[in-house]
Design a protein around this ligand. Sequence first.
Ligand SMILES: Nc1ncnc2c1ncn2[C@@H]1O[C@H](COP(=O)(O)OP(=O)(O)OP(=O)(O)O)[C@@H](O)[C@H]1O
Ligand code: SF4
Ligand SMILES: [Mg+2]
Length: 372
Amino acid sequence: MLLDVRGLKVHFPIKKGLVFDRTVGHVYAVDGMDLQIRRGETYGLVGESGCGKSTFGRAILRLEDLTEGQVLFDGTDLASLKGEELRRQRRHMQMVFQDPLGSLDPRQTVEQLLLEGMRAHGMTKDRDAHERLTDLLREVGLPRTALSKYPHEFSGGQRQRVGIARALSVDPQLIVADEPVSALDVSVQAQVINLLADLQAELGLTYLLIAHDLAVVRHISDRVGVMYLGALVEEADADDLYEAPLHPYTRALLSAVPVPDPTVEDTREQILLVGDLPSPANPPSGCRFHTRCPWRQETRCDTERPALRTVEIDGVAGSHRVACHWAEQIASGELQPHAVTVSGVTDPTLTTHDDDSALGAKDTAYPTTDGG
Ligand SMILES: Nc1ncnc2c1ncn2[C@@H]1O[C@H](COP(=O)(O)OP(=O)(O)OP(=O)(O)O)[C@@H](O)[C@H]1O
Ligand code: SF4
Ligand SMILES: [Mg+2]
């Protein structure tokens, strides 16, 4: 296990008052994450905007303060490191950002950008740094002439290659790629994703790949974790997750991914996610998805927070984990989805499939077919 995160919480204080800074609450950005990544693996982490993906990625690199929990990197507890030790540890963990232009100093040439990190870790002394620069550019598919250029002189895709080269320059083991292609044209997204895959094969890298789009992580990820309001709701090998999603939230996310084949499109399950993500400053009680869940039950869902657990369901792998009290009953069809009203927190009016008034209601999610 290269990375082992247990019970991680990152809470941001909400301050108020001009004279006395009073803490009036907290944003529970990461609130109980358990996640392990094996060496050489690509772990895809997905979830809606604001669910805490970036905060999690930054926290495992110790770029955020950890409120609670443990982050073991190659057996070392990062929470216990400070100063020089932490700085040295950081060489092994690098980040690739969504917006390469915002993360690269515009006044530095590519050469300066690449040398900066290497110099900070004393890597320019012990070997020929220029040979290393040439290798880096070749690895990310940029010409040698790129060294004297500035970030703004590149296209978006090339700029992301510079960002990747910069992360690679210090020879890291883990790369946290936070939405590395979402700012790029669709036509270049695949190129950058393929580059990441090639680099992994060549250099034995381990990736945490963050995306809000399940389609982006599907092909490159070995395992996928789905995050909702600060914690994982489901985790499985990529193929298992796409073939047999168990959590209602994952099923909703997958039903929103367009399928090119119209016959498949017509028959598969469609679950509309209603309402916005609740505020992480005031997360719902019990299961955090209960305000939007078409399978929500009157017992347990509102009061008891479900643990991420393995399940015994036919055709579901033993490593597949889900945080839903009713995963077995939902998978078997014993429990059927119902309409969700946005205000859902108050009176959960459970409507059935043939209740037309529910269909006509504004902001109502209604699962039409069950193709699974
Ligand atoms: N430094 C901070 N101080 C206070 N709140 C913060 C801070 N950083 C993030 N947050 C809040 O924490 C929550 C999680 O944010 P985060 O950026 O991790 O989400 P995300 O899943 O990466 O979203 P996106 O897909 O939009 O990038 C959000 O509500 C955000 O506003
Ligand atoms: S625990 Fe209840 S509310 Fe949460 S996902 Fe499962 S059925 Fe829905
Ligand atoms: Mg983010």
